[in-house]
Design a protein around this ligand. Structure first.
Ligand code: ZN
Length: 115
């Protein structure tokens, strides 16, 4: 139970669950925005409401893409944890400082190499 990789695995899985929940929530949001645009005549580009909805839709879509990416990154981090390469910089091979992993559990490189 005191194996540090257990704690890391739990943190990664918790972060993945959060990201997955965000994907679900944003997918619903996006559907809501699309439905709203179908309800009104907002597909008329001269309608100011249409521009707002298009903007909102783009914003939600961007957030959704980000959440999908986080899920994928955390999946990769879990795979690296399983094969023993987790926490090591992909570029220089040095261990990634724990503080960086605490902030960004899916980090693949140390701060120096991330620049
Ligand atoms: Zn490095």
């Amino acid at each position: 139970m005191n194996n540090p990789s257990d704690a890391v695995g739990a943190a990664l899985r918790a972060a993945r669950a959060d990201a997955q929940a965000q994907v679900a929530a944003l997918t619903l949001d996006l559907r809501g925005v699309i439905d709203a645009s179908l309800d009104s005549n907002a597909d008329d580009e001269h309608d100011p409401e249409g521009a707002t909805i298009a903007f909102e839709r783009a914003q939600v879509a961007a957030l959704l893409a980000g959440a999908h990416r986080r899920v994928a990154e955390l999946d990769e981090a879990l795979a690296r944890l399983a094969d023993g390469s987790y926490g090591r910089c992909e570029r220089c091979g040095q261990p990634i400082p724990a503080e960086r992993l605490a902030v960004r559990p899916s980090a693949r490189t140390c701060v120096g190499c991330a620049r």
